[in-house]
Design a protein around this ligand. Structure first.
Ligand code: GLU
Length: 287
């Protein structure tokens, strides 16, 4: 059997907050309960959205919570040549093409891109991949069969933006393949792009991975806790309360004797008692 490889892949747009701690813990427990590796990859693909110092703050928080990763941290900012090489290969064989449609034009077309520039032979603009492997459904380990929004299924999606930034979907799949990831565990906000990511595995003729989407922590106004919404950073001086809180959010019923233990015993108990079935069914919940 192949060894389980999981990962936590934060974007350094801010320090670790409760929502990202949930994603870190869920992927950690699932990897360790499967006797696998847990990798950390910093998704620093989009410099304008990054916060100076966030990468260090995230790694420091993981250390403070004793979430020890396997191997070296991988940085997407150091992997541009790999993404570009794949794009060049697709451009050369006609699988990808340049597109100059504006957001406004796409909006006028009902919000989805109908393939306008496919055969125009343009030499600059955003780069799109021809959708030859549309995905309508995928299996989530918790939620079962998930349906991909019909408008997204057939779209030739962007793999490199007009401003030169590589698209998240491309980088995440190329990296997960290169790192030998066997299962992707992350927040339910990423259910939607999963169809495109599976299309990429098929286009690249790579074995697919399995998926587990975790419940999303929402604030009292019903907004996802996110760095963009300035969610508060988790306490790294006194990690235990947030750790226990995040574990309860993931459905653990923690005995009092464990609550009074130290961090490493709590985490070990978590690995031993992790069950996908105990995760809440709702995709979005207030912690
Ligand atoms: N970098 C993404 C984020 O922080 C997560 C990507 C993934 O887990 O696939 O939202």
């Amino acid at each position: 059997m192949t060894r389980y490889v999981g990962r936590f892949a934060p974007s350094p747009s801010g320090p670790l907050h409760f929502g990202s701690l949930v994603a870190a813990l869920g992927s950690y427990f699932q990897a360790k309960a499967n006797h696998g590796d847990w990798l950390v990859r910093i998704e620093d693909l989009d410099p304008p959205r990054e916060m100076p110092g966030a990468t260090e703050a995230i790694l420091e928080a993981l250390r403070a919570y004793q979430l020890h990763w396997d191997g070296e941290v991988v940085y997407q900012s150091e992997r541009h040549h790999l993404y570009q090489a794949q794009i060049d290969a697709w451009l050369a064989n006609g699988d990808a093409y340049y597109c100059q449609c504006t957001r406004k034009q796409i909006k006028q077309h009902g919000g989805y891109y109908p393939g306008t520039c496919r055969d125009k032979g343009l030499q600059e603009g955003a780069i799109r991949l021809k959708m030859t492997k549309p995905i309508t459904h995928f299996l989530d380990q918790k939620h079962g069969s998930m349906t991909i929004s019909a408008a997204l299924v057939n779209e030739d999606f962007i793999i490199k933006r007009r401003d030169g930034l590589f698209a998240y979907n491309l980088a995440v799949v190329l990296d997960d393949i290169a790192q030998g990831v066997t299962e992707v565990v992350r927040g339910a906000d990423l259910i939607e792009p999963t169809g495109r990511q599976i299309s990429l595995y098929q286009i690249l003729e790579q074995p697919e991975v399995s998926y587990l989407h975790l419940p999303l922590a929402m604030d009292n106004n019903g907004n996802k806790l996110s760095k963009q919404n300035h969610a508060t950073a988790i306490d790294i001086q006194n990690p235990k309360p947030a750790l226990l809180h995040a574990m309860m959010f993931l459905g653990f019923d923690i005995p009092e004797s464990i609550k009074s233990s130290n961090l490493s015993d709590i985490l070990r108990w978590g690995c031993d008692n992790w069950r996908i079935e105990q995760l809440p069914l709702e995709i979005e919940i207030t912690p």
